[in-house]
Design a protein around this ligand. Structure first.
Ligand code: ADP
Ligand code: MG
Length: 254
């Protein structure tokens, strides 16, 4: 791959949480690239540092050491307000396990929010919201509130909201963690569809080998480190290979 195909470069990221009397090294020298249009899965058991990584990439948490380059540039002060908020608005689409929709806003208002915060014109907002509603199949639900929707529908709203600004990267933390198997499959297909349509670069954190089979590449995390990588073939064998590697890691986990 060419360097210009790299959207995100992470070098030697370290994060230590200092609690009362004990330290947790959540990330130890984590380095990797995310390629343009790539769906990268980050897999690991609970406590392996996946959310810490995602929170740092999204400027929700600050690393102790390391470098993050987006489109070949280090963003100055990306962990200091007000720059952190600006960084998030310009560069990141978030998708969370618990959907995190605003309950008092309608579906279309939730989806429009990132564009409203960016100060876009209402004509442009209306057009984009309609496009997104169509893409996630929620046109008939646009006036509803999140509580009136199923979990899968709520996650579709969250996906539309994350993608409406065409951010350089989408970060998803266990996006199917609250959904049943069939709904999870639906949501994963929506993500893959978005990746293909918009050449969207995404990082999906998961502890579920099945979810990881939807990725292009899988990074395996153990105790805050990348310990293995798998490039998917999009064939049946991916699940077996990912399971095999995951079992190996779990066996070695403390
Ligand atoms: P994962 O998402 O893979 O389950 P996390 O990134 O949430 O893992 O956590 C990695 C490690 O850091 C765990 O040992 C966790 O207990 C610890 N940790 C996470 N957040 C905090 C925090 N805010 N304060 C102290 N320790 C934390
Ligand atoms: Mg987590």
């Amino acid at each position: 791959m060419e360097n210009s195909d790299i959207v995100l470069s992470v070098k030697n990221l370290c994060k230590t949480y200092e609690g009362t009397g004990h330290k947790v090294q959540a990330l130890k020298n984590v380095s990797f690239h995310l390629y343009r249009g790539e769906l990268l899965a980050v897999m690991g058991t609970s406590g392996s540092g996946k959310s810490t990584l995602l929170n740092i990439l999204g400027a929700l948490d600050e690393p102790n050491e390391g470098m993050i380059m987006l489109n070949g540039m280090v963003k100055e002060n990306m962990f200091t307000e007000p720059y952190a908020t600006q960084y998030r608005r310009e560069n990141i689409g978030f998708i969370f396990q618990s959907f995190n929709l605003l309950k008092d806003l309608t579906v279309e208002e939730n989806i429009a929010l990132p564009l409203i915060l960016k100060g876009k014109e209402s004509d442009e907002i209306d057009k984009k919201v309609r496009q997104m509603l169509e893409m996630v199949g929620l046109m008939e639900w646009k006036k509803h509130r999140p509580i009136q929707l199923s979990g899968g529908q709520q996650q579709r709203v969250a996906i539309a909201r994350a993608l409406i600004t065409s951010p350089p990267i989408v970060l998803a933390d266990e996006p199917t963690g609250n959904l049943d198997f069939n709904t999870s499959t639906d949501i994963l297909n929506v993500l893959v569809d978005m990746k293909k349509r918009f050449h969207q670069s995404m990082i999906v954190v998961t502890h579920d080998p099945f979810v990881a089979t939807y990725a292009d590449r899988v990074l395996f995390f153990r105790d805050g480190q990348i310990v293995d990588v798998y490039r998917c073939t999009y064939e049946q064998e991916d699940l077996d290979r990912i399971l095999e590697k995951f079992k190996k890691i779990m066996g070695k986990s403390q």
